[in-house]
Design a protein around this ligand. Structure first.
Ligand SMILES: [Zn+2]
Length: 185
């Protein structure tokens, strides 16, 4: 008679078991809540700190490798982050460059009106200004929306004031006919 342990040594058995649990997790709110509470308790237990750290290191390594090898992963990451930026743009005047009025969200950025963006980034924990704005603990009047070329020009003008007014960004044609691509978001 096979021991109970032998079932778990079969990958097919483990995969089927985990698939059942994932399905239940997706549809059963009470079950999900129970699992979340259990996981939180497990993480809060100091005796699990070593295992937790080992998992964190392993997972970071895996993600870095995937980022390096998988263009689809990088693309998905970009559009996922962009979805937060688009919401943040709406909070500070809409998804449109204040200088050249281009509206393609892929190339829009949140600009610090009085500079200091780099220092802000260094000090920021999340490294995402968009999420900081969305959390609601930032002074919205300090920011506006600019496209990447205009933002570069804005920086140069602030750094070297004698250059101010000598250049501007002019598109031969705004990308995507001045509208975000239809398949976006
Ligand atoms: Zn612009």
């Amino acid at each position: 008679m096979p021991s109970k342990k032998s079932r778990w040594s079969s990958k097919a058995f483990r995969d089927a078991y985990n698939a059942r649990r994932r399905k239940r997790y997706a549809i059963d709110a009470a079950y999900r809540q129970k699992q979340l509470t259990l996981a939180r308790g497990w993480r809060a237990n100091p005796t699990h700190a070593v295992a937790l750290e080992r998992y964190r290191v392993k997972e970071t390594k895996r993600r870095k490798k995937q980022w390096h090898n998988d263009p689809e992963y990088r693309r998905a990451h970009f559009y996922f982050q962009l979805s937060y930026r688009v919401k943040a743009f709406e909070m500070i005047g809409g998804a449109e460059c204040v200088r050249c009025h281009v509206k393609d969200p892929r190339i829009l950025e949140i600009n610090h009106i009085n500079g200091g963006g780099y220092q802000h980034f260094v000090k920021s924990k999340t490294k995402s200004l968009a999420r900081e704005l969305l959390r609601g603990d930032a002074d919205l009047s300090k920011y506006n929306v600019m496209c990447r070329p205009c933002n570069a020009l804005d920086y140069i003008e602030r750094r070297f004031p004698d250059i101010k007014g000598l250049a501007s960004i002019r598109w031969k044609k705004h990308p995507n006919g001045n509208k975000p691509p239809a398949n976006l978001l």
